[in-house]
Ligand binder design. Structure first.
Ligand code: FAD
Length: 413
């Protein structure tokens, strides 16, 4: 085993958004930081690839402009964000319905009226819930009683029909589970962030977000293709056998590798999601809107090139469709069939460009769900990532920020 010469103040293992946020705060405090990343680029679960002229994220995800950590760390202008329409289309047995946030597009209010999507009781409940989640101090939302989202929605006065037609299909794509069993605190925080911000995609793919974070670090701070295989007494050991000494080590690797590097920490179970990327000869929708399905044959589908034209070359459209779980047998045919029905077009000729399965997509967040946990493990060892907070970009960034605060405090800074 060889040893690296200089002593780094802090080693951050993993260049996902949690590790990058942690490194950003430690560097800002004047510490010497090295980020060791196993793969060939930063981003972790927020990576994008080019495929035959198409831009494909490693699993479909959206970017929310209202996350406090996002606003604190990123210059949104530099991300060339392209918005979704504020709402969703819902494929139901009685045809396609539209839910549009009436606070942003008052002219669309009739879409929510009785006989269409919601009855008077649901409209009232929606107004009350949205006003409270949007305007109440965030600590009230964070400290409210925690129960399942299904229980909270029933308690808020929504009819079973509205829950099944709107909330369940829509939130299944947000929580990556379709039983509404996720913590109501998490639901209220997400609902708040949706009301306050805009759902969008960066023009250069979701990886633009971690790239922008990494760009704020000093040159040479991130070492790619440097997997860490063990933690030593005072640092970390890479797969090449180099021991890198450091005063503190922050493990920001995602749940599985974190449990290996730090035996004894508890990590939650994770949701698995698969995204199918199809190429169509033209947009089957013609608008940048998420489409969900009350039959729950998929979580959501979107014509990505309607949101960001650069996702597909001229003359083609790129459609992303996510399902729970893996790409099991018969799944591709079933998805293609469902897409033919919901888009009302023949999908037999659509090419399947690629399939992305993410085994550790989002932590299971059933109640009681702590919204943030300490990063301290043992003296000099810390852990951060979405599994220590909430499964979201906000959660991962906030967890990185907390780890940095705790390291600084322990190092007497
Ligand atoms: C399909 C999908 C959809 C999502 N949708 C949304 C959404 O719409 N909105 C939202 O807010 N969030 C969404 N998320 C969640 C969000 O992307 C994650 O919460 C966040 O990216 C997690 O970041 P992280 O830094 O905690 O972990 P990761 O991104 O997993 O980063 C861990 C890093 O550590 C590296 N690493 C692992 N082992 C080692 C090792 N031994 N040595 C060195 N490096 C190592 C990995 O290569 C990786 O780069 C989605 C996630 C997925 C996958």
């Amino acid at each position: 085993m060889s040893a690296s010469r200089s002593i780094t103040d802090v080693l951050v293992i993993g260049a996902g958004v949690a590790g990058l946020a942690c490194a950003q705060d430690l560097c800002a405090a004047g510490l010497g930081v090295r980020v060791l990343e196993a793969s060939d680029a930063v981003g972790g679960r927020m990576r994008s690839d080019r495929h035959d002229g198409f831009l494909v994220d490693r699993g479909f995800q959206v970017f929310n402009t209202s996350y406090p950590q996002v606003r604190r760390r990123l210059e949104l202008r530099d991300l060339w964000l392209r918005p979704f329409t504020p709402g969703v289309l819902i494929h139901t047995a009685r045809g396609r319905l539209r839910f549009t946030d009436p606070s942003r597009r008052p002219r669309t209010l009739p879409d929510l009226l009785p006989g269409r999507l919601a009855g008077p009781r649901d409209l009232l409940a929606l107004g009350a819930l949205s006003a409270r989640d949007m305007l109440a101090p965030v600590r009230m939302v964070k400290h409210a009683e925690d129960r399942t989202t299904r229980t909270a929605l029933a308690a808020a006065g929504f009819s079973e029909d509205f829950v099944e037609t709107f909330f369940r299909p829509f939130l299944s794509g947000v929580f990556l589970e379709d039983e509404l069993e996720t913590s109501s605190r998490v639901f209220h925080l997400i609902w708040r962030s949706m009301l306050r911000g805009t759902l969008c995609l960066p023009g250069a793919g979701i990886q633009a977000v971690p790239r922008a974070l990494a760009a704020t670090l000093p040159d040479g701070a991130v070492s790619l293709e440097t997997p860490v295989v063990a933690l030593g007494d005072g640092g970390a050991v890479t797969a090449a056998g180099t021991e890198i000494p450091a005063r503190a080590v922050v493990v920001a690797t995602g749940p599985g590798p974190a449990a290996e590097l730090l035996p004894g920490i508890d990590v939650p179970a994770y949701r698995v999601v698969t995204t199918y990327y199809h190429v169509a000869p033209g947009s089957p929708l013609g608008e940048p809107t998420l489409l969900v399905d009350t039959a729950r044959r998929f979580l959501d589908t979107v014509v990505l090139s309607d949101v960001v034209p650069g996702h597909a070359p001229a003359g083609a459209a790129l459609v992303a469709t996510s399902v729970l779980g893996t790409d099991g047998e018969g799944r591709q045919g079933a998805v293609r069939e469902a897409l033919a029905e919901v888009y009302g077009t023949d999908t037999a000729g659509w090419d399947l460009l690629t399939v992305r399965t993410v085994p550790d997509a989002l932590p299971v967040m059933t109640p009681p769900q702590p919204l943030s946990r300490t990063s301290r493990v043992t003296a000099g060892r810390y852990v951060c990532g979405d599994h220590r907070a909430t499964g979201s970009v906000q959660g991962a960034l906030a967890s990185g920020a907390r780890a940095a605060r705790e390291v600084l405090r322990d190092l007497g800074r």
